[in-house]
Design a protein around this ligand. Structure first.
Ligand code: SD4
Length: 291
């Protein structure tokens, strides 16, 4: 059995490409990297890679991660500027014996040394979004971008190998140096080939409070189906946040187990995701918050 699941409609083309690769017996790591690069390279996706929305200083700072579910190798970059494919840098870092999570200038130095492609990631369209938003926030209190589009994926190949990966420009107008959940193991992603994997999108500051991707994998390990695990983890964190802090940020999760069964849950009005498995053609679905 093979399969791949990803956050948001924007991942469909990448998922379709990965599905084809998996059909041809590709490794899950190669398939997920190709799928995420596809999203990073497309300039009209506003929260990932090229064309990603800038921080409050009009700089595009990117976060990404890669985790191998067989070896537990993890590589992450945060607040990295001017490199085309942060997910590939994260994957490369996952192979290092130590120094697996690099931020800012250190991450850029590493990427340069390893020969990764440099690119100015700020597009004209993102610059216009920034200036429009700046006008609004000069009068209002600075708020994070209300939509969100981090790409997070979990992939299983026909060798029972599982991987998870993420890539994002984080919240629009974030502070310089701000890091979200996406490059943080257990929060933005987690995968164990003996169980399954999960990945998150939404308000990183709140997703981190529940270590929610790890929690979903833990629940699957206890025997829950990915759908039950996602629903339970999301509703519990949403409830806990509302009880203690009166409000919960956006929380949307995807998961797949090592049999290719998948699940999703959200606390927002409309969360789209893309999925393909050996028995299901690539498709996009929309899920809504179920009170
Ligand atoms: C973050 N979770 O940086 C990310 C934002 C996100 O789609 O999901 N955007 O907090």
């Amino acid at each position: 059995m093979y399969g791949i699941i990803a956050t948001w409609r924007m991942a469909l083309e990448g998922v379709t490409r990965a599905d084809q690769m998996l059909k041809d017996h590709a490794d899950a790591g190669d398939a997920i990297e190709a799928a995420i690069r596809d999203v990073e390279d497309f300039e009209y996706y506003k929260s990932v890679g090229y064309g990603g929305l800038p921080n409050e200083e009009m700089q595009v700072e990117l976060d990404a991660a890669y985790m191998d579910g067989d070896t537990f190798d993890i590589g992450c970059v945060a607040a990295i500027k001017d490199f085309a494919n942060p997910v590939s840098i994260a994957r490369k870092l996952s192979k290092e014996p130590v120094n697996n999570f690099l931020v800012g200038a250190g991450a850029e130095k590493y990427a340069h040394k390893m020969g990764f492609e440099r690119k100015n990631m700020l597009t004209e369209r993102a610059r216009i979004h920034y200036h429009n938003r700046l006008k609004e926030v000069q009068e209002l209190e600075l708020k994070p971008y209300s939509g969100h589009d981090t790409v997070g994926m979990v992939c299983l190949d026909d060798n029972h190998h599982m991987v998870a990966a993420t890539s994002t420009s984080g919240l629009f107008m974030k502070r310089a140096g701000r890091v979200g959940d996406s490059p943080i193991s257990g929060s933005g992603f987690y995968v164990d080939s003996e169980v399954g994997g999960a990945s998150a999108t939404g308000l990183g500051e709140d997703l981190m409070k529940g270590c929610i991707s790890y929690e979903i994998v833990r629940l699957m390990k206890e025997g829950l189906h990915p759908q039950q695990a996602c629903e339970q983890a999301v509703s519990r964190l949403d409830e806990q946040l509302k009880r203690r802090r009166q409000k919960a940020g956006d929380l949307s999760l995807i998961a797949m187990n090592n049999k290719g069964e998948w699940g999703v849950a959200t606390n927002i009005e409309g969360f789209s995701f893309a999925v393909a498995t050996e028995t299901e053609a690539p498709e996009v679905y929309l899920v809504k918050f179920d009170e």
